[in-house]
Design a protein around this ligand. Structure first.
Ligand code: OSB
Ligand code: MG
Length: 368
């Protein structure tokens, strides 16, 4: 397919509730949204990088500069046959996988639409709905945390992930486990501990957590392997895994027993599927992570999570948990702990353009 043109926007969307993690509090998201145009069809994707490099190194202004000055000019006007062609055209540039993913994912949407197939079919998935959990940010009190857990269990969410940070960890987890003896619970540290915290991390072993997500440094696998050897609870890697090679090396040395796959973090659907396959070859389950996406990124995540080794509930919870109004026309809402997979062509959701325009901070068209 010839990529005729593109449009890059940056939008700002306010979160219904501030989201606190060990690296900070987010009140809104600033999201690059890319549309690729070909033969009257449109493919959409969003960037998952944060405004500042608080999660990994990538950040919105850097990604937008790369997309405008380096990545889009290599794709617009080109004849692209497969998603691999996009990766090949960008391969001379190192890293920056979140920025690359924006183009790669928009192409998957376009490509699936050109075949009149939903994205999950093009990707090779075969589920009509996927199991969903919820990621709860750090709350103001133990009571507020308990109320949030209760509310989301009542809504059917199949796993509750609690964000932790130093001073908000073992006591909180002990309390929540005591209040909810049967819930599937996990914690996510977002890299706020080191091996010097081994005593604290070992205490977490007694709460029957399904896994501990990214306890140690964002760029580490060696210390995670050492920690995994000293814990009963599985470690789940998030930030540390940027590529299929990262996944292979981490699993080879035993740095964890679960992987959180974020399609943006690893550079798009093709690379996400490769991470999925490598994990499967090690008998390691994966689940689909989230980055507080709008409906565009959320729909992409849902399609990806139909692949068979996504065997744990993902962070693909209802759009209405995040936004008073989403930028898409279709609802993306869980029912009884499952998210239905959109059945239309491509990602199966359409843009609410008038609303999108009111959120747009920047907009630039690209032609060959
Ligand atoms: O570590 O999984 C994470 C949000 C922003 C940055 C990092 C993470 C998260 C979440 C939220 O946990 C997942 C979601 O609900 O989209
Ligand atoms: Mg995480």
């Amino acid at each position: 397919m010839q990529i005729d043109s593109a449009e890059l926007r940056i939008i700002k969307l306010h979160l219904l509730h501030p989201f606190e993690t060990s690296f900070g509090i987010e009140d809104d998201r600033t999201i690059p949204i890319l549309t690729l145009f070909s033969q009257g069809l449109e493919g959409y994707a969003e960037g998952v990088m944060e405004v500042l490099p608080l999660y990994r190194e990538e950040f919105v202004a850097g990604a937008v500069a790369l997309l405008k000055d380096a990545f889009l000019p290599r794709v617009i006007g080109a004849d692209i046959q497969t998603p691999q062609d996009i990766l090949d055209r960008l391969a001379i540039f190192r890293g920056n996988r979140m920025a690359k993913a924006v183009i790669e994912m928009a192409f998957w949407d376009l490509w699936s639409k050109s075949q009149a197939q939903p994205l999950f079919v093009t990707l090779g998935g075969n589920r009509q709905q996927i199991p969903v959990g919820v990621s709860l940010g750090i709350q103001k009190s133990l009571q507020a945390t308990r109320d949030q857990v209760q509310k989301h269990l009542d809504q059917g969410y199949q796993r509750i992930k609690l964000k932790i940070k130093p001073g908000w960890d073992t006591k909180m987890v002990a309390y929540i486990r005591q209040e909810f003896p049967d819930a599937v619970l996990t914690v996510d540290a977002n890299s706020c501990y080191s091996l010097a915290d081994i005593d604290l991390l070992r205490q977490l072993d007694q709460y029957r957590l399904d896994y501990i997500e990214q306890p140690l440094a964002y760029d580490d696998i060696i210390d995670h392997a050492s920690l995994q050897n000293q814990l009963k609870t599985s470690i789940c890697l998030d930030e540390s895994i940027l590529s299929p090679e990262d996944a292979r090396k981490a699993l080879e040395i035993g740095a964890g027993r679960v992987i959180n796959i974020k399609v943006g973090r690893v550079g798009g659907h093709l690379e996400a599927r490769r991470v999925h396959d490598i994990a499967q070859s090690y008998n390691v389950p994966v689940w689909c992570g989230g980055m507080l996406e709008s409906g565009i990124g959320r729909a992409h995540n849902i399609h990806l999570a139909t692949l068979p080794n996504f065997s744990k509930p993902g962070d693909t919870s209802s759009s209405s948990r995040y936004w008073a109004q989403d930028i898409i026309n279709e609802p993306l809402e869980t029912k009884d702990g499952f998210m239905p997979v959109p059945q239309g062509p491509g990602i199966g959701v359409t843009l609410n353009r008038p609303y999108l325009d009111t959120l747009t901070l920047f907009r630039e068209p690209f032609r060959s």
